[in-house]
Structures are given as structure tokens and as C-alpha cells.
Design a protein around this ligand. Structure first.
Ligand SMILES: [Zn+2]
Ligand SMILES: [Zn+2]
Length: 212
């Protein structure tokens, strides 16, 4: 008997898969962790469930699916997604009903999940529980966000007049290398500007390094 891990999708013997205590689906060991609350190695959680315990959701669970469909709307009218792909988009597992009951995929705005694809302007066109795929069809285009007026160009572009070089003499090597060092310093400064909280500030060596 072989089965698929619900997160990474690798197919392996069922004896290598274990059941998540929370969602009751099967996952490989790499995609599971002991329950953070109890640390019990026998009560394993899948990474999706573990994340949900550590940081409970505040927005709609299916927001990831909604934004994905909105994004795809710019390019296509028909999108077929594997259930596992939707798991990835919503950062969670689809409920068992999605795998068993075609009615779960009905286009009724009374359910939070259907509301997600309806709000994005899509409808479920066809669902294949056996293959674990669902096809969405775009039914309406969302109005584009109006551009801000301040960004509109009203005047033709007039380039700033270039001051001609007074002499044809090339800048000296010292000048060039000084400027080059200065740019490097600025780049380094920018990369290390925000120290992580709890970390030590700039060492004296670093301070000296950045001094102009
Ligand atoms: Zn896995
Ligand atoms: Zn789980």
C-alpha cells in the first residue's frame, strides 16, 4: 500500500506515513512535528496544524485561494488546481468534506470557502474527487483599482541640462577610488542598518569602518 504525504506530496509506503492528531490526515515524518504543547512524540501534528496552533488565524482561511484566483484572472479564464495545491495556497489542509462531498464545492456564498472564490470573481466549474482536482471558471472581471491622479503625467519630460565638463582631463585615480570606497561604505551601511533586537550594536571596529 502506497499513499501520498498531505504536505510535500511524496508517495511512499503507508507504514512510513503517520496520522496527524488534529486533522487526521496522513503525512510523512519530515512534514510532522511532536505536539509543541505536550512534546509527546506519539501525538504527532502535521506542520499545517502545528502552525495553526502556534499562530491562530485571524483572517479568512481561504484568503490565499482568493488572492491566487484574482492574480490568475489577469491571464486566464480557467484554472485547474490540485487539492494539494490549494492546501499550499491557504497554508492549511482542506477539510475531509472537500475530498468526499462534491456539495462542499457548491457555489453558495453562505460558506466561507465558496465566498473566497466567488468574491474573486470565479466559480467552481468541475470538481473531480477521484483525481483530487477542481476547475475554476472566471465568471466576472473585478473592477480595476483606479490609478491615483498624482501619478498621471501631464507635462512633457524635460531633461535637466547637462553641465559640460570644464576640462577634458580625466578625474585622478585617487578621486575615483575615494568615491568608490564611499559608495561601498554606503552600501554596507544600508545592509546592516537595522540590528536585530537583542543583538549587540555596532562594534567599535564597525563604527570605524563606516566613518567617512
Ligand atoms: Zn511530507
Ligand atoms: Zn494536521
Amino acid at each position: 500500500m502506497k499513499d501520498e504525504c498531505g504536505i510535500c506530496g511524496r508517495v511512499m509506503r503507508t507504514t512510513y506515513l503517520r496520522q496527524c492528531q488534529r486533522c487526521k490526515k496522513m503525512f510523512c515524518r519530515d512534514c510532522m512535528t511532536p505536539d509543541v504543547a505536550t512534546g509527546d512524540p506519539m501525538a504527532m501534528l502535521c506542520l499545517h496544524c502545528a502552525r495553526r496552533i502556534v499562530s491562530p488565524r485571524t483572517v479568512n482561511k481561504y484568503a490565499g485561494l482568493e488572492s491566487h484566483l484574482k492574480f490568475r484572472a489577469a491571464f486566464t479564464d480557467l484554472v485547474t488546481l490540485k487539492f494539494a495545491r490549494i492546501d499550499g495556497l491557504i497554508g492549511s489542509n482542506l477539510p475531509m468534506a472537500a475530498y468526499r462531498d462534491p456539495l462542499w464545492w457548491s457555489n453558495t456564498s453562505s460558506s466561507a470557502h465558496a465566498k473566497a472564490w466567488l468574491d474573486a470573481g470565479w466559480e467552481v466549474h468541475e470538481v473531480n474527487l477521484k483525481e483530487g482536482t477542481v476547475a475554476f471558471k472566471k465568471v466576472r472581471s473585478l473592477p480595476r483599482k483606479p490609478k491615483r491622479k498624482s501619478l498621471e503625467i501631464t507635462q512633457p519630460f524635460i531633461p535637466v541640462p547637462v553641465r559640460p565638463l570644464r576640462s577634458s582631463k580625466k578625474p585622478s585615480n585617487t578621486k575615483v577610488s575615494k568615491l568608490y570606497a564611499r559608495i561601498k561604505n554606503l552600501e554596507r551601511q544600508r545592509n546592516t542598518r537595522q540590528p536585530i533586537r537583542g543583538m549587540k550594536g555596532k562594534s567599535r571596529y564597525q563604527k570605524r569602518l563606516f566613518k567617512e
